[in-house]
Design a protein around this ligand. Structure first.
Ligand SMILES: Nc1ncnc2c1ncn2[C@@H]1O[C@H](COP(=O)(O)OP(=O)(O)O)[C@@H](O)[C@H]1O
Ligand code: SF4
Ligand SMILES: [Mg+2]
Length: 326
């Protein structure tokens, strides 16, 4: 994967300072996250976790919207922090594009959609020929299954689902290699969600676009993902093929999450206590899940578990699976 990786994230960390200058607290929203995306064919990588676990902060760093405190991001082999301002504004948007939770934020409500999309084709995608720009916009609308006349309206005349399709159309006009979609269906009417997720699948198959799909919802993660990472308090607890993780979740937190999807035949049902994630500083040593974990051991409170690759290929940060002497 290394050679043709699209995105390589290494030890990415974001610390927010809150409160005052002197008495403020430091909050580790993203804590030492590493992963690689890319391969022979396009794929959908899902980051799943409860609200507040750091998903949006991670997405915003990957999208170059906020600076990491430490760690590195490489896109097509180039370190993002070392890009020139021209590369940041011209090259990067042709490789990586966002889709946000609230589609209405992507568009000026008073402006008609079509000229906005043409503007994207000319200024972001760099299409110089007017007819080609029109063609590019029409192709994008077709790919998200919207008729071109819908774009002749203003966003406030359209439904949330339609505007989210438009924001996906806008994102694919520059023909990016990767789309980072942060909770793209959580504000959409439940009956329309699958339609949007099917568009992602189709864009992956037909146009070879990779996706980072960010969600708190395991059901949609199950539906759409090739690989998933389960995020807990800023760190990845488990990462691997979605099929393997849903079949046999290894990390006790993943078991808790999957257990919360109603199923009667789960052997671990009832073992893991459900609690709301509190916002707190992660200064305690050891495993972040120790206070909720039914399998907690002495080592768990003293030392953070390293990510360990299991024989099934899944990586899990839990002492239960580590060969390291403890
Ligand atoms: N600009 C900020 N300043 C301080 N804290 C922040 C800021 N942005 C996010 N946080 C905090 O970081 C944590 C992770 O937030 P976020 O990345 O939005 O999580 P998620 O998207 O998983 O819900 C939360 O506790 C949030 O309050
Ligand atoms: S490292 Fe220990 S506390 Fe953490 S999830 Fe594994 S068993 Fe539970
Ligand atoms: Mg979020």
């Amino acid at each position: 994967m290394g050679e043709n990786s699209i995105l390589k994230v290494e030890n990415l960390t974001k610390i927010f300072k809150t409160g005052g200058l002197f008495f403020g607290k430091k909050f580790r929203a993203v804590d030492d996250v590493s992963f690689t995306l890319g391969g022979d064919s396009a794929s959908i990588f899902t980051i799943v976790g409860e609200s507040g676990c750091g998903k949006t902060t991670l997405a915003r760093m990957i999208l170059n919207l906020i600076e990491p405190t430490s760690g590195s991001i490489e896109i097509l082999g180039k370190r993002v922090l070392e890009l020139s301002s021209k590369e940041r504004s011209r090259w990067l948007p042709r490789i990586i594009q966002p889709v946000f939770q609230n589609p209405f934020e992507s568009f000026n409500p008073l402006r008609k959609v079509y000229p906005y999309l043409i503007h994207t084709a000319v200024n972001v995608a760099g299409v110089r020929d007017k007819y080609e720009a029109v063609e590019r916009v029409n192709q994008a609308l077709e790919a998200v299954r919207l008729s071109p006349d819908i774009a002749d309206r203003s966003p406030y005349e359209l439904s949330g689902g339609q505007v989210q399709r438009l924001s996906i159309a806008r994102a694919i006009i520059p023909r990016p290699k990767l789309i980072v979609a942060d909770e793209p269906v959580s504000m959409i009417d439940a009956s329309l969600r699958m339609g949007i997720l099917n568009i992602f699948k189709q864009l992956k198959e037909d146009l070879g676009i990779n996706f980072i799909y960010i969600t708190h919802d395991l059901a949609t993660a199950y539906y759409i993902s090739d690989r998933i990472a389960v995020m807990y308090k800023g760190s990845f607890a488990e990462i691997g093929e979605a099929e393997a993780i849903f079949r046999e979740p290894l990390h006790p937190y993943t078991q808790l999450l999957i257990d919360s999807i109603p199923r009667v035949d789960r052997k671990w049902a009832g073992k893991v206590r459900v609690a709301v994630t509190e916002v707190e500083e992660y200064l305690l040593p050891g495993c972040k899940f120790a206070d909720r974990c039914p399998y907690v051991m002495e080592i768990c409170k003293k030392k953070a578990p390293p990510l360990t690759r299991t024989s099934g290929g899944v990586e899990v940060a839990c002492w239960l699976y580590s060969d390291e002497k403890h």
